[in-house]
Design a binder for this molecule. Structure first.
Ligand code: DGL
Length: 275
């Protein structure tokens, strides 16, 4: 079977799809809409399957491909896999599943860290699946072969963020437990390798100290998307883009957290996958 050329038949009018397992990818959506206000966006939060970070690569690849195909069916002209776990373990599968260009968040985050680090000692925190995949380590070393990379999984951070507990003594104690070894390892740059972690930036920064630069892939991913759309002639340059929000489970919690995260009420629709 012949694969379609990515973006064949697409025009700059279509929206960009942004996909995450839950709420955290809104940090990426926000960076995209600030950099490219003319672009319309469709955000999909796979809330029926969150968290991805504790699931097998096969399950994450299956969920991610299903979402990608659904977004392609809505006419997106490009797809951003905003979820670090899906980017780490399922990007090739997602690319094979759809005929639109797909970008993930691992390479943009790795690039930003490789450039920011003075000493070459770079830390990564993420879900269990992301850290176990070694995807960030490979990406950083591909860009900066002499880098010394330390990874740590922080699985409890995601439920805390989804619960809306972004600060306070409980999450501070969890961060102290997770990040003690990382702090002592002497990294000068730390990649927040999970969509949810930028929301804990204050807590992580307090634990790691002022000398450590925190990298969040969102901004760099928005830059890569912009470059990709320009290269393919798919960039929208005028007008004001709109954002739509779709989730795979009840929209109530998503709506509440989105209000807190992006500071306004959003209309959230539910799409159920069969099976
Ligand atoms: N979106 C996931 C990530 O960036 C975090 C949440 C989850 O485990 O699904 O890795």
């Amino acid at each position: 079977m012949r694969r379609r050329r990515p973006s064949a038949g697409r025009t700059s009018d279509g929206p960009v799809g942004v996909f995450d397992s839950g709420i955290g990818g809104l940090t990426v959506l926000d960076a995209i809409s600030r950099r490219m206000p003319a672009e319309s966006l469709v955000y999909f939060g796979d809330t029926a399957h969150v968290p991805y970070g504790t699931k097998s690569p096969e399950a994450v690849a299956r969920y991610s491909s299903e979402v990608a195909r659904y977004l392609e069916g809505l006419g997106v002209k490009a797809l951003v896999v905003a979820c670090n776990t899906a980017s780490a373990v399922a990007l090739p599968t997602v690319r094979r599943a759809v005929g639109v260009p797909v970008i993930g968040v691992i390479l943009p985050g790795a690039k930003a860290a490789a450039e920011a680090s003075r000493s070459g000692r770079i830390g990564i925190i993420g879900t269990e699946a992301t850290i176990a995949s070694g995807a960030y380590t490979r990406a950083v070393k591909g860009l900066r072969p002499k880098a010394r990379v330390t990874g740590a999984a922080c699985p409890l951070f995601v439920p805390f963020v989804e619960e809306g507990w972004w600060d306070g003594s409980v999450i501070e104690a969890v961060a102290r437990r997770y990040l003690g070894t990382m702090r002592r390892s002497g990294v000068d740059t730390l990649i927040l390798g999970c969509t949810h972690y930028p929301l804990l930036r204050g807590v992580v920064a307090a634990e790691m100290g002022k000398a450590v630069t925190l990298i969040d892939s969102a901004e760099q991913t928005a830059i890569e998307l912009w470059a990709l759309l320009r290269r393919l002639g798919l960039e929208r340059t005028s007008g004001k883009g709109k954002a739509r929000f779709i989730v795979s489970d009840g929209p109530g919690r998503f709506r509440m957290l989105a209000r807190r995260l992006i500071g306004k009420d959003v209309d959230v629709r539910r799409h159920r996958f069969d099976g």
